[in-house]
Ligand binder design. Structure first.
Ligand SMILES: *Cc1c(COP(=O)(O)O)cnc(C)c1O
Length: 394
């Protein structure tokens, strides 16, 4: 049998490759950070989700080491059998506190959190109304539920209202959106979404993976940024980005929603508990977020610095203030070639083109970190200018 399957798989792989969509992994030889080593060469890294620079922070590493000694390596259990330690509960309550929610439930990842919530909360009597650019895990989570699906154009409030008006007979309505759209660095218009939710009697869920820890005054994410914290019902998020970047996800919500998830959520009931070292370091990351705004301000300064310098240098950016900064190119190949030249110049950035982004909207997505120095950023801008010169001379 496999001989036939093999030939088919080889063909599929060739199709992916000839469409220019093959993803190649680059094996880095150092810890994650603003400076990484790749093939014996130091690179400046501008494509990680290490927003607060905590991925290899010595305080998180120490916390993780201490937890290894105190709480061991692995749990060898799901949460409800013997996989809950005191620190798992501590982490849940710390996330609740940061996000001003009643309760929080941890998952192995945010992908799993989003995979769990819709099936538990919605049946075929209910409706879910989802932004078209929502993360893949939301799309898959919705697929696992029997809810009637509505999709609205990205951040288009007229279209959201149109969809809402079509599901007035549903038992429950749930609007779900990313807090930040990761290809654009744009925010969901949460105020307008909450207004519409009120008018059409819908729940609101925000996946704030690209915001919690560094967006909003205290790092509580986009609901805080837009002043709608008490009007959002459900927040999902990840520990795998700004908060140390290891792994783990969560749903933070009203108590009854979290209570029910503990009984019914399949990725919670049937997948291993988070490792103690990750739980402990995540607690430390949250303490750092709680303690002050230095990291957040440093990140905002870096994003502003980079955006201004790139605009001055004549590049076209998608406007905004998020540390995700898309540099736009008219030509798909140009974006790709630019990224390759940048790598030769010692700057690691990634180009995205169709179908990951719309046709004609190719871009290099730069991501800033609080750990970048002003000099790192200046070197990155200089490399962009140099790469553009090299490209136009060819
Ligand atoms: C990264 C991301 C996820 C997945 O998070 P993991 O914890 O890595 O599974 C889910 N949703 C959004 C919006 C994300 O950006």
């Amino acid at each position: 049998m496999y001989q036939n399957v093999k030939a088919q798989l080889v063909q599929t792989l060739e199709e992916i490759s000839s469409a220019g969509l093959l993803k190649n992994e680059r094996a880095i030889e150092s810890p994650q950070g603003p400076h990484i080593r790749f093939q014996q060469k130091e690179l400046l890294n501008f494509c990680s989700n290490n927003y607060l620079g905590l991925s290899s922070d010595p305080r998180l590493i120490r916390s993780s080491q201490e937890a290894l000694e105190t709480f061991g390596f692995g749990m060898s259990s799901v949460r409800f059998i013997c996989g809950t330690q005191t620190i798992h509960l501590e982490l849940e309550s710390k996330i609740s506190k940061l996000l001003s929610r009643e309760a929080t439930i941890l998952f192995p990842s945010c992908f799993d959190a989003n995979g769990a919530i819709f099936e538990v909360l919605l049946t075929d009597a209910d409706a879910v109304i989802s932004d078209e650019l929502n993360h893949a895990s939301i799309i898959d989570g919705i697929r696992l539920s029997k809810a009637v699906r509505y999709r609205y154009r990205n951040r288009d409030m007229h279209d959201l209202e149109k969809q809402l008006s079509q599901c007035s007979s549903a038992r429950r309505r749930l609007i779900v959106t990313d807090g930040v759209f990761s290809m654009d660095g744009s925010y969901a218009p949460l105020q307008q979404i909450c207004d519409l939710a009120e008018r059409y009697d819908a729940l609101v869920m925000v996946d704030d993976s690209h915001a919690v820890g560094f967006t909003g005054k205290t790092g509580a994410g986009t609901p805080e940024l837009f002043g709608v914290s008490d009007r959002v019902d459900i927040i999902s998020g990840t520990l795998g980005k700004a908060l140390g970047g290891a792994s783990g996800g969560y749903i933070s919500a009203h108590k009854e929603i979290v209570d029910l998830l503990r009984q019914r959520a399949r990725p919670y009931l049937f997948s291993n508990a988070l490792a103690p070292s990750i739980v402990s370091a995540s607690l430390t990351a949250l303490e750092l977020v709680e303690q002050g705004s230095d990291l957040r301000e440093g990140l905002a300064r870096n994003a502003f610095h980079f955006r201004s310098k790139m605009s001055e240098a004549g590049f076209t950016l998608l406007p905004g203030e998020h540390p995700i900064v898309p540099i736009m190119f008219e030509d798909e190949h140009q974006a790709k070639q630019m990224a390759e030249i940048m790598l030769d110049l010692g700057i690691y950035v990634v180009a995205f083109s169709y179908p990951v982004v719309p046709l004609g909207r190719a871009r290099i997505r730069v991501q800033l970190s609080a750990a970048h120095s002003p000099k790192d950023i200046d070197l990155c801008v200089a490399a962009f200018v140099q790469a553009r010169d090299i490209l136009s001379a060819n």
